[in-house]
Design a protein around this ligand. Structure first.
Ligand SMILES: [Zn+2]
Length: 66
């Protein structure tokens, strides 16, 4: 029922993680691929594609930094 917020059509959007479980965009400095904790790397959650990793079984975790 919730409607998606409408963007005002900005040109240059900042890089955002591809999946909810990602902590950083792919390729971002100080980040790395990790097994998704939600699905344990299976990419499936309760019979459906894992919402955290989008079914890939992997998420991008921020490492190092603070
Ligand atoms: Zn997952």
């Amino acid at each position: 029922m919730a409607a998606a917020p409408q963007d005002s059509g900005a040109g240059a959007a900042p890089p955002t993680p591809a999946h909810p479980g990602d902590e950083a965009p792919a390729g971002a400095p100080g980040s790395g691929e990790s097994v998704c904790r939600r699905c344990g790397g299976s990419g499936r959650d309760q019979g459906q594609a894992c919402p955290d990793c989008g079914g890939t079984g992997k998420v991008i975790e921020g490492i190092g930094g603070g």
